[in-house]
Design a protein around this ligand. Structure first.
Ligand code: ASP
Ligand code: MG
Length: 418
């Protein structure tokens, strides 16, 4: 008998019919002798709808009240799912985040989980009942409702699995696995049977939308075996088959497996960023801080940063920000920073994309960057910026070349091969 936490995404609980299917899937795992805790998202589109309602009343909704509103989507699905389970003879009980108690900090709309009280859930499990816990929400020390950021029910599920020391956290979603890249861009993309936690963390931060990044951080911190699998298969497929399907996030690389594995595990991309360049700034101590300090103070996240070698006492500094922050960042630099540092110009480009290759194999193989750059040059693709970590290389390029770059890199690193 295993203890399993199952998370179902918005599409998976998007209608009463689909909620019935989820109930059948849960019933199947119960019938196979396992204990199950279920964490659903809100019905697909519901959280967007709730946030839009709030924005009709306040352009920048009060964060505390926004969380009161946005967290209701999950309250609906836990209740409905518990009913669907009872209707087919599975004992179940719904819980909101505060009933459990999922304690978070008070950073409304992006709170972090501090602790989870497992007492009521344990009592239910011992009594043969399935707790159905609302994802995405919690409560702070003062008793205010909080939410965990968009996509946060992934994190709720992994955190519950950690608190309950579950044998596995299964994230049921509308894709059937983590792929070598997005199959919509590269039809030859292949599902990965396993992916290391470090690779998954990079993929999530680089734009793969399969898991919320905080859930991956949580899985890594507490070593929660986490599996991504499809909720769109026949709900009655045998548990032995379903339990091995999808992609398992692993923590210790089996050396034998590592030898056989491809050097690169995946190609990630995103077009959420924009590039800003500050031209001809005096090349002296404090300049990077003078430029990026005010950006940080304005709560704008910076990603890739490149500073050129100085020439004639001058240098250029380029960096990327989220596209949503682009206009604000440029204005801030022109209005507040340029007059002080006396740079020649602030320019920008929001038609860029970032393409990255990710793989643990980079640690032990040389020449990966060279192969990446050669592949891109053979297609005449200009690289504007480069950034690396131990297991990833990212390049910034013109947006219109993004899909081409992803395709040729996927092929160059043999990701289309079994
Ligand atoms: N319902 C929330 C959202 O749409 C949380 C989640 O689905 O994970 O972001
Ligand atoms: Mg999601």
């Amino acid at each position: 008998m295993a203890l399993i936490v199952q998370k179902y995404g918005g599409t998976s609980v998007g209608s009463v019919e689909r909620i019935r299917n989820v109930a059948r899937r849960v019933a199947k795992w119960r019938a196979a002798g396992h204990q199950v805790v279920v964490v659903p998202s809100a019905m697909s589109g519901e959280t967007n709808r709730l946030i839009a309602l709030a924005k009709e009343l306040q352009a920048q909704p009060d964060p505390r009240e926004l969380d009161v509103v946005a967290s209701t989507g999950e309250q609906v699905t836990v209740g409905l799912l518990a009913m669907a389970l009872e209707a087919i003879g599975v004992r179940a009980k719904s819980y909101t985040g505060w009933q459990v108690k999922v304690l978070t900090d008070s950073a409304y709309t992006k709170s972090r989980i501090i602790s989870i009280d497992d007492a009521r859930l344990r009592a239910d499990l011992d009594a043969g009942c399935v707790p159905v816990v609302a994802g995405f929400q919690g409560i702070d020390a003062e008793g205010n409702l909080t939410t965990l950021g968009r996509g946060g029910s992934d994190t709720s599920a992994v955190a519950l699995a950690a608190a309950l020391k579950a044998d596995e956290c299964q994230i049921f979603t509308d894709v059937d696995a983590v792929y070598t890249t997005d199959p919509r861009v590269v039809p030859e993309a292949r599902p990965l049977a396993t992916v290391s936690f470090e690779e998954m963390l990079e993929l999530a931060s680089l734009g793969s939308k399969v898991l919320q990044i905080r859930s991956v951080e949580f899985a890594g911190k507490y070593k929660v075996p986490t599996r991504v699998l499809s909720s769109l298969t026949d709900p009655d497929i045998p548990v032995e088959v379903e339990g091995r399907s999808g992609t398992l996030i692993t923590f210790e690389e089996d050396p034998k497996m590592a030898m056989e594995k491809a050097v690169i595990s995946g190609v990630a991309f995103n077009r959420d960023e924009a590039k800003i360049t500050v031209h001809d700034v005096p090349d002296r101590p404090g300049i990077a801080y003078a430029i990026l300090g005010p950006i940080a103070d304005a709560n704008i996240d910076v990603d890739v940063i490149v500073q050129n070698v100085g020439h004639d006492g001058m240098t250029d500094l380029s960096f990327t920000v989220h596209r949503n922050d682009y206009a604000r960042a440029v204005k801030l630099l022109k209005d507040q920073v340029q007059p002080h540092i006396k740079c020649r110009e602030v320019s920008g480009d929001d038609r860029i994309a970032k393409v990255s290759i990710v793989g643990l194999g980079m640690r032990s193989h040389a020449g990966i960057a060279a192969r990446m750059f050669r592949t891109l040059s053979e297609e005449g693709i200009n690289i504007q910026m480069i950034s690396t970590s131990e297991i990833k290389i990212s390049v910034v390029l013109e947006e219109k070349y993004m899909e081409l770059a992803v395709r040729v890199l996927h092929k160059a690193f043999d990701l289309d091969q079994q």
